[in-house]
Design a protein around this ligand. Structure first.
Ligand SMILES: NC(=O)c1ccc[n+]([C@@H]2O[C@H](COP(=O)([O-])OP(=O)(O)OC[C@H]3O[C@@H](n4cnc5c(N)ncnc54)[C@H](OP(=O)(O)O)[C@@H]3O)[C@@H](O)[C@H]2O)c1
Length: 255
């Protein structure tokens, strides 16, 4: 899919990875429809990229967004939120909000846009998942589960729509407001956060080259492969190195 002239709908375009993707795609000549909740930040990205801003909460429904977007060539399903901490301390309602935002809204928007893509014989769906969904991450069980479900959704859907591109992008740690918003800072020393523009470039490459799966940074495919080939050693390593720095130091281990 060539991005020049393509109509691209990006959810979560008011911040972080979505805003960076809007800038990179605008530079490639895409015509953008930008979705987010924060009207002011969304308008700022729209002014910068020449996109159409459609503000709204995706968990309240996607019909308005899909209607105002019109015929979409590329959907970048990127809006999402996190929560970190032991599952037993998770407040009531948070799990449902994570599932509604990270999974149900993505499925609903796909169901709205896909029939038009199939009819026109042209389209590409990009789902922004997470490395957490591929390998599991301590203290992020529900978030990781929503992102794993998104991978399974995309992998399954791909068989149904041979003429339509389906890509999953799996970022690692990205320097965005994601961590402040979830109420828990990134507490590990490695891997170091990457800029959101790097994920944006992976999303663009996924569309232009029809990549089914992209990691950002690319080396993250290695732990996923290790987990597939040697799950026992992977779990031992992840258990030892997946702890936040402060907890490892308290236990006397090398951070
Ligand atoms: N940052 C990371 O380290 C990282 C790593 C792996 C995967 N990801 C994934 O990457 C995606 C983008 O995250 P980010 O890092 O760019 O975080 P971010 O800066 O917090 O951006 C999240 C975006 O999602 C939108 N959003 C959240 N809930 C929404 C809702 N109910 N309805 C409509 N829009 C909603 C936000 O809109 P408003 O700002 O307008 O409220 C915002 O535009 C997420 O799916 C996240 O899970 C992030």
């Amino acid at each position: 899919m060539r991005l020049a002239g393509a109509r691209v709908l990006i959810t979560g375009a008011s911040s972080g990875i979505g805003a960076a993707t809007a800038r990179v795609m605008a530079a490639a000549g895409a015509r953008l429809v930008l979705a987010g909740r924060d009207r002011e930040r969304l308008d700022a990205v729209a002014a910068e990229t020449g996109g159409l801003a459609v503000a709204g909460d995706l968990t309240a429904g996607v019909a308005d967004l899909a209607g105002r977007a019109g015929p979409v060539d590329v959907m970048v399903g990127n809006a999402g939120r996190g929560w970190a901490g032991p599952l037993v301390t998770m407040p009531d309602g948070v799990a449902e909000e994570l599932v509604a935002t990270n999974l149900t809204a993505q499925i609903a928007l796909t169901r709205s846009l896909l029939p038009g893509m199939v009819e026109r014989g042209r389209g590409h769906l990009v789902f922004v998942s997470s490395i957490a969904g591929a390998v599991g991450v301590r203290d992020e069980a529900v978030y990781a589960a929503t992102k794993a479900a998104l991978i399974a959704f995309a992998e399954s859907l791909r068989y149904e729509v041979p003429g339509i591109g389906v890509s999953v992008v799996l970022p690692g740690v990205v320097d965005t407001p994601f961590f402040a918003r979830r109420g828990a800072a990134y507490a590990r020393r490695r891997p170091a956060p990457i800029p959101p523009e790097r994920v944006a470039r992976a999303i663009v490459a996924a569309v232009e080259r029809g990549r089914p799966e992209s990691y950002a940074p690319g080396w993250l495919r290695l732990p996923v492969r290790l987990r597939g080939a040697a799950p026992g050693p992977f779990r031992a390593l992840a258990g030892a190195f997946g702890r936040p720095v402060s907890r490892r130091v308290r236990r006397g281990a090398t951070p």
